[in-house]
Design a protein around this ligand. Structure first.
Ligand code: CS2
Length: 488
């Protein structure tokens, strides 16, 4: 098998697509924080296409790794050994695939060498966009849109001379840029949040204002924070996947990624320091992202979560297996079409019935075989974004909420660590404290609704919903999830 680096590009097997541009002629113009699977299967691919176009060579990506740990050590080593390249395999539903060596990440700066080089990279006047995928829970913004300055991680970073959080690093870089005259850059949040640009603005400005009021005001005035909707299913990559993908590609890649062939990016056109020719590679530029993001988060992401909780409870581990079960398909389709769709005001180019059918079709993609445990993880951060508004509106309208109550009952049972057959499930909840996780084992089955994540759902005042949820949870335990599902 051939290793992956600039020197070996011409030796890769012919079925592996390689950059159509000369990587040596690319300059860095984007810095990205959080170079995980999703970024590499999504934004890095779009930029790879951009770099192949005339006059677009100054939009290369500098990947920034800001979280210490074993994963960072592996990633930094792989980026270093492979000159920033990795293979991406995109699987179509008919199991055909396209394999490509993505070349857009032309530099990688790791915190393992300290945080100063990261700040220096961000402060480099060549950087005109700083994009981020730091997860839904990574912004420390509460339901009212306030940055949580009292969070110990944030409070600690505010005191550090050399900061380590995304907010601290960007703030310090902007301070230097203001001083040197290099000017602002655009901060582009690429996480699954509603009005993610506004959330990012609240977080970055909140941090900066606490550090230095005049700098905070300058950032508010000069830095743009466009919202965007990102969409592509990119599963976690296990060691076994690495072996499988490398065998298929014939490339000895330390960090291959894989995904579905579907991809979408809708961005609010608000860039304070210039931007690539996004339209030329299929990105939709718009004045208003909100209707797109509402559809995506409340249908695809929420549908994913509903399927994950109920599928796990029935004993499945993969998305394509779960949608192979007619009972779960029926649940998912009714959730999408009967519960969520009537609440949405989609943009004119989206037909919701067709969108729902496409979501189901995407979930059926066998080669993608996404992990239900991955999707169920971090629900403390995800559920308020994906499902909160839907439940709130259904309750307010007095509509049928059986499927939502059942999905949440399955979720609460999943969080107890076992599926409906008694087999272990592993769901990680990085945003939850141990005390919060203990509510799932409470003999009061309704104790979960006291968690702060349920603020604003309308459940506290809805006896019908609470009763239904309690009932479902206890029936799942006594009769099994399949019996309960058959009553919906
Ligand atoms: C998933 C998303 O993690 C989740 O909850 O629903 O990662 C999903 O695969 C992507 O948002 C698809 O764009």
């Amino acid at each position: 098998m051939t290793g992956l680096s600039n020197a070996t590009l011409h030796k890769l097997p012919p079925e592996v697509l390689t950059p159509v541009y000369d990587r040596k002629s690319v300059f860095v113009g984007i810095a990205h924080i959080g170079v995980g699977n999703f970024h590499r299967a999504h934004q890095a691919l779009y930029i790879d296409h951009i770099l192949g176009r005339d006059g677009q060579k100054d939009w290369g990506i500098a990947g920034l790794g800001i979280r210490q740990g074993r994963r960072e050590e592996e990633r930094a080593e792989a980026f270093h050994r492979q000159d920033g390249m990795f293979t991406l395999t995109e699987f179509a539903p008919d199991n055909t695939s396209t394999i490509r060596a993505v070349g857009s990440v032309v530099r990688y700066v790791s915190c393992l060498d300290g945080y100063e080089p990261i700040i220096a990279q961000l402060a480099d006047p060549a950087i005109r966009i700083v994009s981020l995928t730091i997860t839904e829970g990574g912004y420390f913004v509460d339901g009212e849109g306030h940055f949580r300055l009292d969070d110990p991680f944030i409070a600690g970073d505010l005191k550090r001379e050399v900061p380590e959080s995304a907010f601290g690093l960007v703030t310090e870089a902007l301070r230097r840029r203001r001083e040197s005259g290099a000017g602002p850059f655009t901060v582009l949040c690429c996480d699954n949040l509603q009005h993610n640009g506004r959330v990012a603005q609240a977080a970055f400005c909140g941090f900066a204002e606490a550090r230095d009021a005049s700098l905070g005001a300058w950032i508010r005035e000069n830095v743009s924070f466009p919202s965007c909707m990102v969409d592509r299913i990119a599963p976690s990559v296990t060691d076994e996947d690495i072996r499988r993908l490398d065998k298929e590609s014939g490339v000895d890649d330390l960090m291959p990624v894989y995904s579905e062939d579907f991809i979408q990016w809708v961005i609010e056109d608000k860039f304070c320091a210039g931007r690539p020719e996004f339209e030329a590679v299929g990105v939709q530029m718009t004045e208003n992202v909100e209707p797109y993001e509402q559809v995506k988060l409340r249908m695809l992401n929420a549908g994913h979560s509903v399927l994950a909780f109920c599928g796990l409870m029935l004993g499945y581990r993969k998305v394509d297996e779960a949608v192979g079960d007619a009972r779960l398909i029926a649940l998912l389709e009714r959730f999408l079409n009967d519960d969520v769709a009537p609440l949405l005001s989609p943009p004119s180019d989206i037909n919701l019935a067709a969108y729902a059918a496409q979501v189901v079709h995407r979930f059926r993609n066998h080669a993608v075989g996404d992990q239900l445990e991955r999707i169920a993880s971090d629900s403390f951060s995800k559920l308020p974004v994906f499902l909160g508004q839907t439940v709130h509106e259904l309750i307010r309208k007095g509509s049928d909420t059986r499927r939502e109550a059942f999905a949440l009952a399955c979720w609460a049972e999943c969080e107890c660590g076992k599926d409906g057959k008694g087999n272990p499930i592993e769901i990680s909840e990085p945003a939850a404290t141990d005390e919060q996780k203990a509510v799932f084992k409470d003999s009061n089955l309704l104790a979960v609704f006291d968690l702060p994540m349920f603020e604003g759902w309308g459940i506290a005042d809805c006896q019908t919903f609470r009763e239904m949820f309690r009932h479902y949870r206890s029936d799942i335990r006594s009769k099994g999830p399949a019996r309960v599902l058959s009553t919906l």
